[in-house]
Design a protein around this ligand. Structure first.
Ligand SMILES: [Zn+2]
Length: 447
């Protein structure tokens, strides 16, 4: 078979790879670019979508699924294979992406800027869902000349790495590999020794901080602000990170590390994802499943409330007493988090806790760097609240876990990482005898 890397080369977004065998074209992921690289989303596909025969997905993150509706919009008519939890989760993820596209268009019109074109619409999400086929872990599926098996990647509920067999050869695509210390998700499976392993390398140059340290610090930060009667504002991604934060808040309450206070989830997308969580219980760790079996929602602190309307969200500004507010977007690129920050940053009793990556130059990065005044929605806002950034919540394997997962592999192609991370990981892998390539966009490999 022939592999061509058509995305996530030197970046951590835009995952998309093409496999060809006997004229059959199988796509692995078709993700959106995010952040600075997002102009790539409107560039033409490097292949004709009408010529693609089938699509297999690793997991539901937007950078792995965000361009699928556009694939349908431009004539793709084939199936989409993924685990059942992944197929449930992609619907709200793509609807949210469509909403953001429409908001960008409105904003451009209002500000008389060049108006971006709508790349796809609701009907393309419907086509995708109608053509989707659940593929359970460990079951072997014939797709044209390929035999495909999904195994647990431990990165999101339903996340998978993909084994593809054809012509007597085996290719493994890691998708995104999970962080083994996650208590809410099952540990990633190990891959078979393959003829070629296409691997992510997000944290290829650094190990993670011990998670126990992160948890202790998180509990201390929460207790200090809440005991002082302050609010804690936590910007978070809607899928997985927000629910993991709720899982630990619930535990800290139950173990008496923090007082029981109202916890508000102020993000419509997080609310939808949390609803789905209750319907995909089999996708979680044995620990989480044991809670569900006892009738306990492990992702629900005692006074959890989901806010729905914008008015409800704004009313949180006038709330008396201690509380925790979780809102999106996780990287502060928009969303309800901005008005919470504007309101709470000037308050010395309050705390802002970052639990995810903040891009350089962005508002989150400025706050973490200790700036005393920031600009939010056109206002200068003084920073008097405590600002914390907790490493360790990453959903990805750290360097040592990647090395462990790849230990038996002989021929490795690295994608889904910045170049520094890929080079550092490649050096270590070569040191133990593997043949490693840092893939360029459009590079082909014969397997
Ligand atoms: Zn991911």
């Amino acid at each position: 078979m022939k592999l061509t890397t058509w995305g996530a080369c030197g970046t951590v977004t835009g995952s998309c790879h093409l496999l060809e065998e006997q004229g059959f074209k199988l796509l692995l992921d078709c993700g959106a670019y995010q952040g600075e690289a997002d102009e790539n989303n409107s560039a033409p596909f490097p292949f004709d979508p009408r010529q693609i025969d089938a699509l297999v997905l690793s997991h539901a993150h937007l950078d792995h699924v965000g361009r699928i509706p556009r694939l349908y919009h431009e004539g793709y008519g084939g199936r989409v294979y993924a685990t059942a939890p992944t197929l449930k989760l992609i619907e709200p993820i793509l609807e949210d992406a469509l909403k953001l596209q429409k908001e960008d268009i409105k904003r451009a019109r209002r500000k008389k800027l060049p108006v971006p074109e709508l790349l796809w619409d609701e009907s393309d999400i419907r086509s995708l869902l109608e053509r989707s086929k659940p593929l359970p872990y460990y079951s072997s599926r014939r797709i044209g000349p390929f035999r495909v098996v999904l195994k647990n990647a431990g990165h999101l509920p339903g996340s998978a790495f993909v084994e593809v067999h054809a012509g007597g050869k085996t290719l493994v695509f890691s998708g995104d590999l999970g962080n083994r210390r996650k208590e809410t998700l099952p540990d990633p499976d190990y891959p078979p020794v393959a003829d070629l392993t296409l691997s992510e390398s997000t944290y290829g140059d650094r190990p993670h901080r011990p998670f126990q340290e992160t948890l202790v610090e998180f509990a201390e930060v929460l207790a200090e602000a809440l005991d002082a009667g302050g609010k804690v504002v936590i910007p978070s991604f809607a899928l997985e990170r927000a629910q993991e934060i709720l899982f630990y808040i619930r535990r800290f309450e139950a173990e008496g590390h923090i007082p029981v206070v109202p916890v508000f989830v102020d993000s419509p997308l997080t609310t939808r994802v949390s609803e789905i969580y209750g319907r995909i219980q089999e996708a979680f760790s044995p620990l989480v499943q044991s809670f569900y079996r006892r009738g306990i929602d492990p992702f629900a602190p005692k006074k959890l409330r989901y806010t729905h309307s914008v008015d409800e969200s704004k009313r949180l500004n006038f709330l008396e007493g201690p509380a925790i507010i979780i809102a999106g977007s996780g990287m502060l690129s928009g969303g309800r988090i901005l008005h919470h920050l504007r309101h709470h940053l000037p308050e010395p009793k309050s705390a802002v806790v970052f639990v995810g990556y903040q891009p350089r130059g962005g508002l989150g990065h400025k706050l973490i760097s200790g700036e005393k005044e920031v600009r939010i929605m056109g206002h200068e806002v003084p920073v008097r609240a405590h600002v914390y950034s907790l490493g360790g919540f990453s959903g990805h394997a750290g360097r040592d876990e990647l090395l462990d997962w790849l230990v038996a592999e002989k021929r490795i192609v690295l994608v889904h990482g910045e170049d520094a991370a890929r080079q550092s990981l490649a050096r270590r892998l070569r040191g133990s005898g593997a043949k490693v390539t840092i893939a360029r966009l459009g590079q082909s490999f014969e397997v």
